[in-house]
Design a protein. Structure first.
Length: 368
C-alpha cells in the first residue's frame, strides 16, 4: 500500500519545505491565527482611527503640523506693480508620542493543553480590545480638548476660529437633557451651523454619542429629523454611522466621556467592573503620557462630540502588533507571554472642527 500524502493546509503556495522559517515553513499559516485575532479585535472596536487624521512616524518622538492663516484678495490697479500683500500668519502644532502601550497575558502550556477552545486566539482578541479602548479614549478626549481651545493662529486682526461647546437643552438645563432626543437633534443643527460659519468642510463630519443617546434617537426616528429614513432593520440600529442629522454621521461608543464616566452615567443592574467606569486622570504628569488628555474631573457635563476629520491627529510609531516569547524562555517558564503593543500619541489639530456637547449650562474649562 502506498504511503499517504500529507495535506498542505498550513503551507504557503503548497510549499514543500520542512522547516519552520521563511517561505518554506510548512506550518506558516498555523502560527498566525492568534496574531490575526488581535488585529480583528482592534479593528472591530476602534472607531476613532478612521475618523481623524492619522500619520505614521518613522523616527523621532513627535510630529509637527503647520497651520497657515487666511489671506486677503484685492483688485489690481492697472500700472501698479504686484509686490505681495503680506505673508500669511503661520503657527505649528506638535503631537508627542506617548510611551509604549501594551497589553499582555501569560499562557501556561498545561492550561492551553487542557482548554477545550483556542486559548491563544481568544486572549489575543481581548488584547486587541484593550488597545482599541485606550486608543479611542485618548482621541476622543483630544477632540474635547480642542473644542475648548483657541486656534493657534492668533496674530492681531487675523485670528482663526477656535473650538465650540454647545449645550444640549437650554437655560440652566439638567443632566437628563443629554438623553432627550429632541434636544440632541437641536444641538446637532446648531453644531452644523457653527461648523458652516467657521468654514469647516462638510466632508467627514461625524458625531460620537453614548449608546443610550444613540438609541434614544433611533426610538424617536419618526419625529427627530434623522435623514437616512430609508435605512431598515439592523442597518438603522447598528450604531455604525448609518444615520445622520444635518449631514453628520452618528456613531456610538462606550469610550466617549459622558458626564464624568465612559459611555454611560446610568445605573445598570449587575454592570460589573467595566461598565460606566469613571474618567481617569490622563494629564501629561501621569506616567507614560507625554500629552495632556485632561484630568478625571474635566468631563463632568460632557455628553458627546461632533467633529470633522481635521479636528484631531494621531501619530503612530508602532501600529498594533503582537509578539510572543519562544525558545528558552518558553522552556524555562513552560508557557508563553502574548504581548500586544502600540505606540501612538493624539491631540487636536484644528479646534474649529471640534464641537463638544454638554448638559446643563456649565461647560467644561480648557485644559492644555
Amino acid at each position: 500500500m502506498a504511503n499517504a500524502t500529507q495535506t498542505a493546509l498550513g503551507r504557503i503556495n503548497l510549499s514543500t519545505g520542512t522547516g519552520y522559517d521563511g517561505a518554506t515553513d510548512k506550518y506558516a499559516l498555523y502560527l498566525k491565527l492568534f496574531s490575526g485575532e488581535l488585529f480583528k479585535g482592534f479593528q472591530h472596536n476602534t472607531i476613532a482611527r478612521d475618523l481623524v487624521t492619522k500619520r505614521t512616524l518613522k523616527s523621532g518622538k513627535s510630529l509637527q503640523f503647520i497651520y497657515t492663516g487666511r489671506m486677503a484678495a484685492s483688485f489690481h490697479t492697472p500700472g501698479t506693480p504686484i509686490l505681495g500683500s503680506g505673508d500669511p500668519p503661520v503657527a505649528e502644532k506638535t503631537i508627542n508620542v506617548d510611551d509604549l502601550l501594551i497589553s499582555s497575558a501569560f499562557v501556561y502550556d498545561l492550561d492551553e493543553t487542557l482548554a477545550h477552545y483556542e486559548l491563544r486566539g481568544e486572549i489575543s482578541k481581548k488584547i486587541g480590545y484593550a488597545l482599541a479602548e485606550k486608543y479611542d479614549r485618548l482621541v476622543f478626549r483630544s477632540i474635547i480638548k480642542g473644542a475648548r481651545a483657541a486656534h493657534p493662529i492668533s496674530a492681531s486682526g487675523k485670528v482663526e476660529p477656535g473650538g465650540s461647546q454647545i449645550q444640549v437643552g437650554s437655560g440652566s438645563g439638567a443632566a437628563g437633557d443629554a438623553l432627550d432626543s429632541a434636544k440632541i437633534v437641536s444641538a446637532f443643527f446648531e453644531a452644523a451651523a457653527v461648523l458652516d460659519e467657521k468654514g469647516i468642510s462638510q466632508d467627514g463630519r461625524v458625531a460620537v454619542l453614548s449608546p443610550r443617546q444613540y438609541y434614544s434617537l433611533i426610538e424617536n426616528v419618526a419625529t427627530n429629523a434623522l435623514i437616512n429614513r430609508d435605512e431598515q432593520g439592523d442597518g438603522l440600529q447598528s450604531g455604525s454611522g448609518v444615520i445622520s442629522i444635518a449631514g453628520i454621521k452618528i456613531y456610538r461608543s462606550m469610550n466617549i466621556p459622558f458626564q464624568a464616566k465612559y459611555g454611560t452615567a446610568s445605573t445598570i443592574d449587575r454592570a460589573g467592573s467595566y461598565v460606566g467606569v469613571a474618567t481617569e486622570d490622563a494629564r501629561s504628569s501621569v506616567a507614560g503620557l507625554n500629552s495632556n488628555y485632561g484630568n478625571a474631573t474635566d468631563f463632568a457635563t460632557s455628553c458627546g462630540i461632533i467633529f470633522q476629520k481635521e479636528a484631531a491627529g494621531v501619530v503612530e510609531t508602532i501600529g498594533p502588533q503582537v509578539q510572543v516569547t519562544s525558545g528558552d524562555v518558553s522552556v524555562i517558564y513552560q508557557g508563553d507571554v502574548i504581548l500586544g503593543r502600540l505606540s501612538m500619541g493624539a491631540d487636536y489639530l484644528n479646534p474649529a472642527a471640534c464641537v463638544e456637547l454638554h448638559a446643563t449650562s456649565t461647560a467644561g474649562s480648557a485644559f492644555s
